[in-house]
Design a protein around this ligand. Structure first.
Ligand code: GTP
Ligand code: MG
Length: 323
């Protein structure tokens, strides 16, 4: 059985098929549909083919170093088959992309078995942190967990109220920071509230201002320090919320955060609005961080755990029909 047939079989058993296919629709147009077009001129995995493939990978925002790596690995595989068909070249390609993602194994999300799990959400302005806090709250509530918010974005006017509104809508208590105050003070209040009220998951929304690295580092380090003083092992997870539509630009922002603090994973938002689906592979290959969740819209339910097979199938759907 070919790799693409196996992928299709796995995908067809998934509950969230439709959500994935519609969320990655634009990404599939720049990737799978463009690849399909290559069948008509296909003469083998030669330099022309690899050049075309590189262009398609770059348009998907895989980034040059990851695109080169994929091409190199693909060529190695295909060299053993001088008269390879387009169908098999596509099988090897998607399989190679899976291997590139899996080269660095994903660490599982850390949950504090002894009490509250503290999750810090970080990222630049407008990347979707506050909306993601709401989505995570909704997801954990559905799993039967108790959730609270910490509105630690004390910087942007209106930010605290924005999260408090989500709290009212979702029935999640919101511990508010003081506007222009120290965000770490809000984190301390949140941790204390969580301990007193047996909260399972404490979601801390932070400010998205772009500032110089030294300030960012100090602020993030302080949040880490104060939460660790309140709850052992906190923050248990520090997730960077990244807007997928910003592509390679977002990746350089991610690098600044990765240098400023210890990130444990990525949440990619706005996947529904982007043709740049390849950013998932770029992140994994450059930062070696797992993509835990993807945002697929503005509502609390427009959110799913990232699933590699679902992703690969959704961006390459239709390629399996090229026999
Ligand atoms: N289509 C789509 N829109 C999203 C998604 N996630 C967030 N948004 C929208 O992006 C905009 C910014 O989201 P916020 O959650 O306020 O972003 P933020 O990072 O908290 O922004 P700051 O607090 O200013 O730093 C809002 O209009 C959200 O509705 C997503 O997955 N898909
Ligand atoms: Mg916000």
């Amino acid at each position: 059985m070919s790799f693409l047939s196996k992928l299709k079989e796995i995908f067809n058993k998934k509950e969230d098929k439709a959500v994935y296919l519609s969320g990655f629709k634009k990404a599939k147009q720049t990737f799978g549909d463009q690849l399909s077009q290559m069948e008509y001129e296909f003469k083998g995995v030669d330099d022309d083919f690899l050049e075309q493939l590189t262009i398609i990978l770059l348009e998907s925002d895989v980034g040059i170093s990851t695109a080169d790596l994929i091409c190199e690995k693909l060529k190695e595989k295909c060299d053993a088959y001088p008269s390879i068909t387009f169908h098999w070249a596509m099988n090897f390609l998607i399989e190679t992309m899976k291997e590139v993602y899996e080269e660095y194994p994903d660490e599982p999300i850390v949950y504090n078995e002894e009490g509250t799990t503290v999750i810090l959400l970080e990222g630049v302005n407008g990347s979707g942190k506050t909306t993601t806090a709401a989505k995570l709250a909704h997801m954990y509530q559905q799993q039967g967990k108790t959730v609270a918010f910490v509105a630690a974005d004390t910087f942007r006017a209106g930010a605290i109220e924005q999260l408090a509104k989500w709290g009212e809508r979702l029935n999640v208590p919101c511990i508010k920071g003081r506007e222009n105050g120290d965000p770490s003070a809000a984190i301390v209040d949140g941790c204390r509230y969580a301990k007193e009220n047996n909260i399972d998951i404490l979601l801390c929304d932070t400010a998205g201002r772009l500032q110089n690295k030294a300030n960012l580092m100090n602020e993030l380090a302080k949040m880490n320090r104060v939460s660790a003083r309140e709850i052992e092992g906190a923050p248990h997870n520090t997730w960077l919320v990244l807007d997928a539509t910003t592509g390679q630009n977002g990746l350089s922002q991610a690098e600044v955060f990765a240098e400023s603090t210890t990130l444990s994973g990525i949440i990619l938002t706005k996947m529904d609005g982007t043709a740049k689906g390849g950013i998932v592979l770029a992140i994994k290959n450059k930062l070696h961080l797992p993509v835990y969740f993807i945002g697929l819209g503005e509502q609390p339910d427009d959110f799913r755990p990232f699933d590699l097979d679902g992703y690969l199938y959704s961006i390459s759907e239709g390629l399996d029909t090229h026999e």
